[in-house]
Design a protein around this ligand. Structure first.
Ligand code: ZN
Length: 136
């Protein structure tokens, strides 16, 4: 049995888009009569609404460009992951028996495909996902 560990620290990091968006709009003075445009829906909304959000992503979403965000997208993928198994020399481990688990809870097991990929699993907000591979 060989064991591989996924370390999942740094989840909370924001992308540049979110950071810059937040630094711009959180510093605006109150402008009760100003309106802002959602570029995606074409709808106008009170500009001051932006200042009520606590993070840049919500602001970007209100403005209609949250699709350009990097950090939330990454976070979403993290919860539905597919693993690519390689041995210590970097060679893909195709057609090997594997088991994906969090602690003692087995999330999935099966045999990797020709590219050494596992099936997609929802890892929840698990800090560490373990993958056991049957030794060849
Ligand atoms: Zn972001």
């Amino acid at each position: 049995m060989e064991q591989q560990k996924q370390d999942e620290t740094g989840v909370k990091e924001e992308c540049q888009l979110c950071r810059i968006t937040y630094s711009i709009y959180s510093n605006f003075p109150p402008m009760p009569s100003a309106m802002a445009l959602n570029a995606e829906t074409g709808e106008w909304f009170p500009f001051d609404t932006l200042k009520s959000y606590s993070n840049g992503y919500d602001m970007a979403e209100a403005l209609g460009y949250s699709w350009a965000c990097d950090c939330r997208e990454r976070a979403a993928k993290r919860f539905n992951e597919q693993f690519e198994l390689r041995d210590s020399t970097g060679k893909r481990q195709a057609r090997v028996r594997y088991r994906i688990r969090v602690g003692s809870r087995v999330l999935a097991k099966g045999i990797t495909d020709a590219q050494g990929r596992t099936q997609r699993v929802s890892t929840g907000n698990a800090k560490q996902v373990f993958i056991d591979v049957a030794g060849s």
